[in-house]
Design a protein around this ligand. Structure first.
Ligand code: NAD
Length: 420
């Protein structure tokens, strides 16, 4: 597998080849601004102590304090965190937020920890990184296997260290602790708004369009519910252990309730005959829209030519490799890139931060309408750039973000300015 960070930067170079970018800009975006590693020593319930590797990376803060989630996953490693921070830099620029990009993570299988161990690990993370993060410096949020309760513990730990309540240090908190209305389903809702806004351009209609969802967590589940409510047919769903598929469709609420009760997707309710398969088999089943909503590197040169979907919408970060992108593009598949498709999460995180700073809170209806107002024009612009420059939507999104980043970097002066 090609190295993730090297692959990610190919996207930047591809975008730069379609525009005029000052060399200072490319130089500034070459490496992360700063990265901190730590070992978190946590007391386990049986009295023993275990050490977990942890990282936080601030990629670029030219446009404002850095922003990005914290991931708890066994395979987390520094290169992945750097790459995710790089993507966050471009995602925040796509959404025109006054933020740079960051990411954090702990190499841990969180499902093997007790609730108390998880709390101690979350607090240990903040103890190790408290001087790296901050409401005006670097603002974490949830990511895979971290949720609003983890954010609440982290905010509490940070507030204890700085000795005053500091809700704006982290987003994705519970509502009662300064969270925002609408944050829970924001990532799925963002993807939903992008697809619905570009429906005519994509030549799709809700009641004639089928969807497969890989990963049935926060992003995938909420997206499925919104699309299902508007008449789209959810034909495939998977989690880390199993995939289910039914051409007659499924109600994502019922499937979710079933999984909550039984701990598995096996035997979930559907409208016809349910087939069970592996995650990889599900990706190449028949559908109109494929939603990777789990991990990176799921659609690669090995399976891209077998993808039947006409549209791939990346709710996960980095699920399609550059080699797969090329194959999908040649086959006429539209890929809605992660930095647009899943930007709803960071947009509502921004709203949460603004509300925390102002101490003035918005209604759910306000959050929904502000998200729509912000994401739809960016989706439209990216679609327009892709048509005008005859490039895929990912390149168009990078061009759009790079233009904003370039303006910010060059506002500090360039070689041309200083030598004139
Ligand atoms: P989550 O922890 O809520 O859910 C993850 C889901 O993926 C679970 O259903 C899990 O069973 C499944 N999964 C794990 N490994 C898998 C595998 N190998 N194959 C198939 N499924 C697998 O996580 P989430 O918050 O929904 O995040 C999912 C993706 O969306 C990640 O790439 C994340 O970076 C991205 N994302 C999330 C947000 C957010 O606000 N939650 C925002 C932007 C991007």
């Amino acid at each position: 597998m090609p190295r993730l960070f090297t692959e990610a930067k190919k996207r930047l170079r591809e975008a730069a080849s379609h525009m005029s970018v000052d060399p200072d800009v490319m130089e500034k975006l070459k490496y992360p601004k700063e990265t901190l590693s730590a070992s978190l020593l946590v007391r386990m319930d049986d009295g023993s102590r275990r050490c977990f590797k942890a990282w936080r990376c601030r990629y670029d803060d030219t446009r404002g304090p850095t922003k990005g989630g914290i991931r708890f996953h066994t395979n987390v490693r520094l290169e992945e965190i750097m790459t995710l921070a790089f993507w966050m830099t471009f995602k925040c620029a796509v959404a025109n937020l006054p933020f740079g990009g960051a990411k954090g993570g702990v190499a841990v299988n969180a499902s093997k920890l007790s609730k108390s161990e998880l709390e101690r690990l979350s607090r240990a993370y903040v103890k190790a990184f408290h001087s790296f993060i901050g409401p005006d410096r670097d603002i974490p949020a949830p990511d895979m296997y971290t949720n609003s309760m983890v954010m609440g513990w982290m905010e509490d730990e940070y507030s204890a260290i700085v000795d005053h309540p500091s809700p704006a240090v982290i987003t994705g908190k519970p509502l009662e602790l300064g969270g925002s209305e609408g944050r829970t389903d924001a990532t799925g809702r963002g993807g939903y708004l992008v697809i619905r806004h570009l429906e005519k351009d994509f030549e799709i209609e809700p009641d004639k369009t089928s969807i497969i969802i890989q990963g049935f967590g926060n992003a995938g589940y909420n997206f499925a519910c919104l699309m299902h409510a508007d008449g789209y047919k959810i034909v495939g769903i998977s989690d880390s252990r199993l995939a289910i598929y039914d051409t007659e469709g499924m109600d994502p609420h019922s499937v979710h309730n079933y999984k909550m009760k039984n701990g598995t997707l096996s035997g979930a309710p559907s409208n016809g005959t349910l087939k069970e398969m592996t995650n990889q088999e599900l990706l190449i089943e028949a559908c109109d829209i494929l939603i990777p909503a789990a991990l990176e590197n799921q659609i690669t040169a090995d399976n891209a030519s077998k993808i039947q979907a006409r549209i791939v919408c990346e709710l996960a970060n980095g699920p399609v490799t550059p080699a797969a992108d090329k194959i999908l593009c040649e086959n006429g598949t539209i890929v809605i890139p992660d930095i647009l498709a899943n930007s709803g999460g960071v947009i509502v995180s921004y709203f949460e931060w603004v509300q925390n700073k102002a101490g003035y809170y918005w209604s759910l209806a306000e959050v929904h309408s502000k998200l729509k107002e912000r994401i739809e024009p960016e989706a439209r612009t990216i679609w327009k750039i892709s048509l005008e420059k005859n490039v895929d939507m990912r390149t168009a999104a990078y061009i759009h973000a790079l233009e904003r980043l370039s303006k910010a970097v060059t506002a500090h002066g360039t070689k041309a300015y200083f030598s004139s």
